[in-house]
Design a protein around this ligand. Sequence first.
Ligand SMILES: [Zn+2]
Ligand SMILES: [Zn+2]
Length: 166
Amino acid sequence: MSFAGGCQCGAVRFRVAGELGRASVCHCRMCQKAFAAPYGALVTVRSEQLVWTRGERGRFQSSNKVSRGFCRECGTPLTFEWDEAKIDLAICAFDAPAEIAPVVQLRAASAVPWATHVSDLPAGDSAASAAHDAAVVSRQHPDRDTVEWSTPDDVIPVAPTEDRDP
Ligand SMILES: [Zn+2]
Ligand SMILES: [Zn+2]
């Protein structure tokens, strides 16, 4: 059994061998900020289970006790690191996040009040959304390992230059 994942641009990829540990959401203000999201969703694994299969994460020491890993190219949050023997990985960075359901919420007292009501909101998708989606050319890394992948700098299309025919 193994679980792979990585950042949005594909510059950083990882694989976890074996069973995953506890999956949680954390409502603390640091997770809100680090994920720029209502909460962080993280799963704990033992350090020896984790292999970085492509690239290297950047890290920000967010406190005296914790550093947070992210992709330097695209900014995707990837880790919460607080222990030599264990590491938390961002659940939604995995290729199949639906398989990794949180079983506990942490620091609920600091939850953004509306975060718990999102599933009650009306759907806002429209015909215009569908048309927009249909025209999107995604540069997001696919939800699987790839043998080769260009980082964003390599795939930005170059605008055609003006015709300079003599
Ligand atoms: Zn990236
Ligand atoms: Zn937190």
